[in-house]
Ligand binder design. Structure first.
Ligand code: DOR
Length: 446
């Protein structure tokens, strides 16, 4: 007799769009076929999820996996293994690789590599700059493209669109939401001496100050308004920007990271030095609280990790030669569950920020919710499991995390990618079976 389902997950607490339900899930051909009691049914494999909560797999819409060109820091295989260990089932990867992702060929090269080596589903951002601005309407529609990303301020790599004319050109070409790193390049350059003279990463939030972020975000809001184009502002780091963005939610969506929500200056720089250095910088507790308030007020749409690994040896270079960025794709969900345990947000809000939110903003097909007909991308979490995050647990090639030694309550115990159990109790199973994420038709606005 043939089995009815490929996989049955029994007795879990499901976070469905309609709320929490204790029931079973039946999966066939990678899709959720049934939600409801399956007591008389059979399956090739059954997972007893008694005592566990089942969330949609995390969609991390900002990671840097460094391939091609910077594979000594990270590659798609390591980055996606780190993803699934942390309950992430889809990633959107950034274009500041070497070469930069700026055209059909460089996107195709990433997709070919990912098809061979990715352990979770994936899409890649197309970088936008003065060279390719006129072609972006075409480029943003290529299969496997997550949309366009621009850097208004320099960070790792050479991708830059610093002037209003170039940004306006990017915004004039295409319809999809444009993702933006908003720091004002001219101000960063004019203040660089602060970093050089300080020789201490504690000066990082002073060099790349709140005003640098506010100026860029304000310019961006005005440019988006003029172009009537939706934009997504990445890794907002200050209370001041949230006050501005709150007035423009019809056009602008907002991302925050767990680095900015969990670490704070000056403590993180005293303890971690350049290992806490990222762009835009981690700021003081008042700004961190401003970000939490923005999560509570609905100003924040998405949590991305901005997974940006560098080697230990690179991070140990004297500041400001030390590169900016920290790994994070693997630690986002454990940290969020711990923040939930400490009362900062609900499980519903976690799901909203990590799966439903990215699905809505980027127009992702068939993912981001536990519903019949959707991909069976799931993460099973034990809210009562206490674990210590450690460097040894990290699957990223860089081999470290700024959260090493932190005890958290709540842990992802299994990750399921399109019906396949790819992680169980920290063990990675099967092979690299990631597929390209699909998006709604983009010739019309979604
Ligand atoms: O700190 C950062 N590092 N911020 C970015 O925007 C880029 C990233 C990287 O690629 O290293």
């Amino acid at each position: 007799m043939s089995e009815k389902f490929d996989l049955m997950i029994k007795n879990g607490q499901l976070m469905t769009p309609g709320g929490l339900v204790q029931t079973d899930i039946g999966v066939t051909n990678g899709k959720i076929i049934t939600i409801g009691s399956l007591s008389n049914d059979s399956a090739q494999e059954t997972y007893d999820a008694t005592g566990l909560y089942i969330l949609p797999g995390v969609i991390d819409s900002q990671v840097h996996f460094r391939e091609p060109g910077l594979e000594h820091k990270e590659d798609i295989a390591h980055g996606t293994k780190a993803a699934i260990k942390g309950g992430v089932t889809s990633i959107f990867e950034m274009p500041n690789t070497s070469p930069l992702t700026l055209d059909e060929q460089t996107l195709a090269a990433k997709l070919e590599r990912a098809e061979q080596t990715a352990w979770c589903d994936y899409a890649f951002f197309m970088g936008g700059n003065s060279e390719n601005a006129q072609r972006l309407a075409e480029l943003e529609r290529l299969p496997g493209c997550a949309g366009v990303k621009i850097f208004m301020g320099s960070s790792t790599g050479t991708l830059l669109a610093k002037d209003d004319e170039v940004i306006a050109d990017v915004l004039a070409n295409g319809v999809r939401r444009v993702s933006v790193h908003a720091e004002d390049e001219d101000r960063l350059i004019s203040r660089q001496n602060i970093a050089v003279e300080a020789e201490d990463p504690e000066a990082h939030p002073d060099w790349r100050d709140v005003e640098s972020a506010v100026r860029a975000t304000t310019r961006l809001v005005n440019l988006a308004r003029k172009a009537n184009r939706r934009v997504h502002v990445l890794h907002i780091s200050s209370r001041d920007e949230m006050d501005i963005l709150a007035k423009h939610k019809d056009l602008i969506s907002v991302e925050v990271t767990l680095n900015h929500l969990t670490l704070s200056a000056p403590e993180c720089y005293e303890r971690l030095g350049a290992f806490a250095q990222m762009n835009p910088p981690v700021r003081d507790l008042d700004h961190q609280m401003g970000l939490w308030t923005a999560i509570q007020n609905g100003i924040v749409d998405v949590i991305g990790s901005d997974h940006a690994p560098h080697t230990i040896e690179e991070k140990e270079r004297p500041y400001p030669s030390s590169p900016s960025g920290m790994p994070g794709v693997q630690t986002s969900l454990p940290l969020l569950l711990n923040h939930m345990h400490e009362g900062r947000l609900s499980l519903e809000r976690i799901v909203d920020l990590t799966s439903a939110g990215p699905q809505r903003l980027f127009g992702i097909m068939g993912k981001g919710r536990i519903a019949v007909g959707y991909d069976a991308d799931l993460v099973l979490v034990d809210l009562k499991k206490q674990r210590v995050i450690s460097d040894e647990w990290i699957a990223s090639k860089c081999g470290w995390t700024p959260f090493d030694g932190m005890s958290v309550m709540g842990w992802p115990v299994a990750t399921i990618l399109r019906g396949n159990i790819v992680v169980r109790e920290d063990e990675i199973l099967g092979g690299p079976m990631g597929d390209a994420v699909r998006f709604f038709e983009t010739s019309t606005s979604n």
